[in-house]
Design a protein around this ligand. Sequence first.
Ligand code: PMT
Length: 407
Amino acid sequence: MLSNKRIVLGVSGSIAAYKGADLASKLVQSGAIVDVIMTKAAMEFVTPLTFRAITHRPVVTDWYDSSSELSIQHVQLAEEADLLLVAPATADIIAKLALGIADDPLCGTALATRAPMVIAPAMDANMYDNPATAENVAKLKSRGAVFAGPGFGRMASGLIGHGRLAETPEIIATVRQVLGRHGDLAGKHVVVSSGPTEEPIDPVRVITNRSSGKMGFAIAEAARDRGARVTVIAGPVSVPYPFGVDIIPVHTALEMRDAVFTAARACDVLIMTAAVADYRPVTAVGRKIKKEDMASLTIELTKNPDIISEVKGSFIKVGFAAETEELLRNAQSKLRGKEMDLIVANDVTAPNSGFNVDTNKVTIIERSGEILDLPLMTKDEVANKLLDRVAALLTSPSGRPAKAGTP
Ligand code: PMT
């Protein structure tokens, strides 16, 4: 996604400037070409050599430094940039950007570029809360700048409040989202269910499964990075939620059903990766079941509703099928029986495939009969292969199903 993207990283004078080095490193690892511009104040905290070593490119520090081949090329840098990222952005640099001051290479580049701008503020909480900063932030947002953070927490001064530089994954997620906002899913609302459900037996025990949420979150991030508005209905997971999407946390299959029905009313695509419990205890006991109470225990189960079968509407309906045998036959039967447009047959017997791993071995089957057998891939790659098919269905005149309204 960031492969060969030209990102100009502006680093200003905050103690968080050292985190800019990690940010630059992660951007480079994601395939971006990163040109760093440092303000004079930033160089009080970190040296240009740090960024040069990470990016393998000259670092701009001065308009007039004749030893730097980039010093007089700021306009060229501004023209070539796909995105300008200012991180960390101090209150001072935010004020200068808002006013259009251009007295250093960073502000000059910001004024000269037509590339989108992402700003990650870092300052003391009182400075961020000051109405002057709030006005500057609002002004920049109204001109299209996108803010990542700031986070809430303890600052270097000891103050607790808003002003911490957002964590690197959040800043990179914002960069990816901004770069992809005119992608092939722009203007579409994609709903993804992810993770397991938990069906309570008593206050401390549940029936659940091994789904981690990784596959669903990879799809959510990929859809976000292709321009979609994304809603994730997430069962109880231990992996971090994706940034830049709406999260609706649920526990039980019944809660997931309600959330899916509500979200599906206004969606273009529904993708159910969730491993929904097919059964739940008829009654959840109100107190912890004690083993002393009985020699054996029988729990009566009742069937949960089949969410994907029940939900109807004029959206593309995508399901997953985790299978241990008869992969294609079972998946094709679910595709037809549950009235899906497309199913991802998930071979969970293949090594490193399926539950709670970062890779997956899948076959994508369409209602038209088309079959795409994929090798073992990262879940991010699977997500993009799936979304390629979804995007094609969205544009094909026969792809969009006309179905009865959601119950
Ligand atoms: O979360 P990870 O650790 O990354 O693992 C990902 C995964 C293995 C869970 C995922 O890739 C996957 O295969 N999910 C489907 C799990 C499954 O076996 O589903 P199923 O065959 O029980 O159901 C078929 C489809 O019906 C699924 O889209 C499911 O969400 C849906 N369903 C199932 C039961 C139910 N009561 N309601 C449903 O909507």
